[in-house]
Design a protein around this ligand. Structure first.
Ligand code: GLN
Length: 231
């Protein structure tokens, strides 16, 4: 079906806002994920259309056949591997605990007894919080996007939040959010590009080939440097 695949426009699920991976500037989406998937598509000769949505909606949309590809700072996890196939890893991440700037009471998970922790629905952070809330005695408040999660803590509605380290450190460096990272990272993981499991071997092969070519040509480093160069 060669003719078919040349005309096909792959729908790519991205998070609504997840700087430096995806964010809007002057009405345009940009960021590491956006530049990477555009460069992969160009390298491999396929067309894409971005479909920004709440992170928690991305895998369900793939399962409903509404998305072909997801690149959304999405961590490769065993649970997700039951429903999607991931590309080779493209970025190292992991979770951090975050509090309001100047909070000296919460220094680690041990200090969360009786506290409220904000998380973003459907994320590894939400999953980590769910698995640990009884052990450490905290309550969870779930929100739809990272901006709302940051606000929960900066306006005092929640005592802490859990976010990917590269995302929160970028956000704190860019804006005066009134937030601080607490302690060591809670875990480590890797981002991958996802396609619906079992049905997309050819597309996944192209994604992996494109990614390898970008790493080889220096384009991958150039993209990372565009957003992280001054950090
Ligand atoms: N990396 C985290 C996850 O995979 C968060 C992703 C996101 O919020 N876009 O769940």
């Amino acid at each position: 079906s060669g003719g078919d695949s040349e005309d096909k426009v792959y729908k790519v699920g991205v998070d609504t806002t997840y700087p430096p991976f995806e964010f809007q500037e002057d009405g345009e989406y940009k960021g590491i994920d956006i530049d990477l998937i555009n460069a992969i598509a160009e390298d491999q000769g396929f067309k894409i259309q971005l479909e920004p949505m709440d992170f928690s909606g991305i895998i369900p949309a793939m399962q409903a056949g509404e998305l072909d590809i997801a690149i959304a700072g999405m961590s490769i996890t065993d649970k997700r591997k039951k429903v999607v196939d991931f590309s080779e890893p493209y970025f190292e991440a992991g979770l951090s605990l975050v509090t309001a700037e100047g909070n000296s009471e919460i220094k680690s998970l041990e200090d969360l007894n009786g506290k409220t922790v904000a998380v973003k629905k459907g994320t590894t952070g939400a999953n980590f919080a769910t698995e640990n809330k009884d052990k450490y005695g905290f309550e969870i408040v779930q929100v739809n996007d990272s901006t709302s999660m940051f606000q929960e803590v900066s306006n005092g509605s929640a005592d802490a939040l859990i976010e990917d380290y590269p995302v929160i450190s970028y956000a704190i460096a860019q804006d005066d959010l009134g937030l601080q990272v607490v302690g060591d990272r809670l875990n480590g993981d890797n981002y991958g590009i996802a396609v619906l499991k079992g049905e997309n071997d050819e597309l996944l092969k192209k994604i992996n080939e494109g990614l390898a070519n970008l790493k080889e040509s220096g384009k991958y480093d150039e993209i990372l440097n565009t957003y992280l160069g001054d950090q």
